[in-house]
Ligand binder design. Structure first.
Ligand code: SAH
Ligand code: SF4
Ligand code: F3S
Length: 476
């Protein structure tokens, strides 16, 4: 019999994508192979996100399609993994008999066994041509498991399973302990749990032994790393210093930082360590103190700006990225304008803008969602336009410069490859030499697009000759 085929789609954040890599690694170790398309798969897994209604709607709609497909293919296994599995376990189990597996984000440790069990069960159903089972029968079969306490982190990571040869993500902590009123993540991901520093260094070393040269550390509040590790004195700064020692590592980044934990130790580290990527994702969420207070973010605009001042004093080349929510309950047009002001004042390199989406069970969901959709739309468009103007100006200023780019793969722009600079700027460059994927190459920037740059790859010696105008080149 041929190997069973799986198809796994990630609907969520970077952490959700890394979880998908871990799930894939488990399945492959058990003999599953990746299907060429979802239609060709015996097992369809959706790794889901609950952060906004839109993310959930995509999954509900996909589950509708899979329900129809399963009528003609009763052996098909459908699994809902991740944050929606945690958030909607009851509904999925009671109302969606075509869903075989519901596995929350902290229960991926034995996902391969769960999938096997679901396949065996469905094979029987298919053989007997029984109608779809009810929730209790499925749950009783022991196939369904939500948050059974097996931490995904304890899976010994198969470092060979990863989408990019030279880049990898490493999750340094799970969960979140912050009280942001609008956010579902603490519910779906649970309490903050940091992984021991030595384990992280070991995992990074194994990744680098396998060809990785760029690592991005992941945590919902990554710069709070270690505060739950009693007696270890583990901090993000210490972790960065330890990882910096790995000779093969060339770039090291971390997302997402919380403004409250941007302390002097981290700022000094950002200033000192040459391998650290020169950007910081530091979501402000709003530029209004009234809204920040209502969100319980724990800082004021003035405090946010004061931290940036400290950062710029020591590490002026760090570029800032932010997230913003527009249309939070009670946000007035004037309060929203303060957010536009903040974007203008800081000059973020990029911002993600989200329309407020009430998440059942959060504190904010108890408030009236009183900013009309059309007004949320308007604020969204205004803020995006403000950010895009800044981005265009910054990108335009890079035209003519030669930047070091880590080749990532085929570009969306025809016939080109793409890669990123040390500031995380996306560059499309005119090389058909797939050998540059995973290599650091000098690229002369010839044009700026809305969110990215276009350039020509230079021969390495040409870059040396023009070294004086290189602004983003790292010491190697
Ligand atoms: N831990 C990170 C990000 C978590 S979720 C942080 O604290 O910055 C990513 C982004 O989604 C958030 O920064 C926020 O801007 C947005 N977001 C979270 N909940 C939301 C909601 N209910 N509606 C709209 N946007 C939301
Ligand atoms: Fe959500 Fe706030 Fe935690 Fe970020 S810090 S994940 S926004 S609760
Ligand atoms: Fe979404 Fe869960 Fe990430 S809710 S943003 S997939 S932590």
């Amino acid at each position: 019999m041929s190997a069973p085929k799986y198809h796994l789609t990630s609907y969520g954040c970077q952490m959700n994508k890394l979880d998908s890599e871990l799930v894939e690694s488990r399945l492959r170790q058990r003999g599953y192979v990746a299907a060429t398309s979802e239609a060709d798969a015996d097992v369809v897994l959706l790794n889901t996100c609950s952060v906004r209604q839109h993310a959930e709607d995509r999954v509900w709609s996909k589950l509708g399609t899979l329900r129809v497909r399963k009528r003609g293919q009763p052996g098909l296994v459908v699994g809902v993994l991740g944050c929606m599995a945690q958030e909607h376990q009851r509904y999925l189990l009671s109302r969606m008999p075509h869903v075989d597996l519901v596995v929350g984000p902290s229960a991926f440790g034995d996902i391969d066994q769960k999938v096997d069990a679901a396949r065996a069960q469905n094979a029987r159903i298919a053989a007997e041509r029984e109608p779809a089972r009810t929730k209790h029968e499925v749950a009783g079969a022991g196939v369904v498991a939500v948050g059974d306490g097996v931490s995904g982190d304890r899976i010994v990571r198969d470092v060979r399973v990863r989408p990019h040869r030279s880049q990898a993500y490493v999750s340094v902590m799970r969960g979140c302990n912050m009280p942001c009123t609008y956010c579902i993540v603490p519910t779906t991901r649970g309490d903050e749990v940091s992984r021991p520093l030595a384990d992280l260094v070991e995992e990074a070393q194994r990744l680098c032994d396998d060809g990785v040269t760029e690592i991005t550390l992941l945590g919902q509040t990554v710069n709070a790393y270690g505060r739950d590790l009693k007696g270890e004195h583990a901090t993000l700064a210490r972790l960065l210093r330890a990882l910096h020692e790995i000779p093969a590592l060339r770039r090291l980044a971390f997302i997402t930082s919380h403004p409250n934990f941007l302390n002097q130790e981290l700022i000094d580290t950002l200033a000192e360590l040459p391998k650290l990527a020169r950007y910081l994702h530091l979501p402000a969420q709003s530029g209004s103190n009234v809204v920040l207070k209502a969100m319980r973010r724990g800082y004021t605009v003035e405090r946010y700006l004061a931290r940036l001042e400290q950062l710029r004093e020591k590490a002026p080349d760090i570029e800032l990225h932010s997230d913003f929510i527009v249309g939070y309950p009670g946000e007035t047009a004037a309060e929203f304008e303060r957010t536009v002001d903040l974007v203008q004042q800081v000059g973020f390199a990029q911002s993600y803008v989200f329309k407020y989406s009430p998440r059942p069970g959060t504190l904010a969901a108890e408030l009236a969602d009183d900013v009309p959709e059309a007004e949320k739309e308007r604020r969204n468009a205004v803020l995006l336009a403000a950010q895009e103007a800044i981005t265009a100006r910054q990108l335009g200023a890079l035209v003519g410069q030669t930047l070091e780019v880590l080749g990532e793969g085929e570009s969306k722009v025809d016939g080109r490859l793409s890669g990123r600079t040390v500031h995380h700027r996306l560059v499309h460059f005119d090389s058909r030499d797939a050998g540059v994927v995973g290599q650091y190459v000098p690229v002369r920037i010839t044009a700026a697009l809305g969110h990215s740059l276009v350039g020509e790859r230079l021969a390495d010696d040409a870059a040396e000759a023009g070294a004086h105008d290189r602004v983003e080149v790292q010491p190697s």
